[in-house]
Design a protein around this ligand. Structure first.
Ligand SMILES: [Zn+2]
Ligand SMILES: [Zn+2]
Length: 229
């Protein structure tokens, strides 16, 4: 036993140095120490952009360093203790974080178990392209040979409007969601020219266009295969 050894008044463990009159493990768990056990960074699965400071932006460095920065910013250490570095030993739902710091010439290490994740998400711009904020919907309805009718109609849609955002199978055909209304109409005209269909358009207001002070409208175009006698 070294002459310098002392005992921690809290846990009774023998230690060479007392920090704020506690052993280093008791000191680490003091209530004035604040370490996060959960932080995440949202990243879009489609375009790889991340949500940072209230905006979706293109990341300038690797995503993990954004997460580390976010963790660092939420760490609170008592006066006299300084943060050395933060390392993610394991990422995810069962993540492990290593926080290294020092008090005087004493080095401290804290291992934190928690959720530190890069969460996969779909950013608003990509959601729009997915058809969640579409402006045109083409309803293709077959009376016979469903698959062939849909396939042909889709090929005309792709020619006119290459940006098809979503195709949803329905009982007698498909619903096709498009971002661009003008191209959707073009596609519908093309289908009408090549296939025997009846066409019906309808509009619905879905929000207000503040810039032009008028309602934003969504168009639905029903293209129904004619029943041949
Ligand atoms: Zn102790
Ligand atoms: Zn995106």
């Amino acid at each position: 036993m070294s002459l310098k050894s002392r005992f921690c008044p809290k846990c009774g463990k023998e230690t060479e140095k007392l920090l704020d009159s506690l052993c280093s493990s008791c000191y680490s768990g003091k209530p004035n120490v604040k370490v996060p056990n959960q932080k995440n960074v949202l990243q879009c699965v489609k375009c790889d952009m991340i949500y940072n400071k209230g905006f979706w932006t293109r990341p300038k460095k690797d995503i993990e360093s954004y997460l580390i920065k976010r963790i660092r910013e939420s760490i609170r250490l008592p006066d006299g203790e300084t943060l050395i570095d933060v390392k993610l030993l394991e990422l995810g739902k069962d993540a492990e974080l290593l926080i290294r710091s020092e008090v005087g010439d004493e080095k401290l290490e804290r291992i934190i178990n928690g959720k530190f994740e890069i969460k996969k998400y779909c950013c608003p711009a990509c959601s729009r392209e997915q058809g969640i904020d579409y402006t045109a919907k083409l309803q293709l309805r077959a009376t016979k040979d469903h698959a062939k009718f849909v396939e042909e109609a889709l090929s005309y849609i792709r020619e006119a409007a290459p940006k098809v955002s979503k195709v949803e199978p329905m009982l007698k055909g498909v619903d096709v969601y498009l971002v661009n209304q003008r191209l959707a109409k073009q596609a519908a005209r093309r289908i009408k020219k090549h296939l025997e269909v009846t066409m019906r358009e309808s509009y619905r207001n879905y929000s207000w266009d503040h810039e032009n002070d008028r309602p934003k409208r969504r168009i639905t175009i029903l293209l129904k295969q004619k029943l041949r006698k």
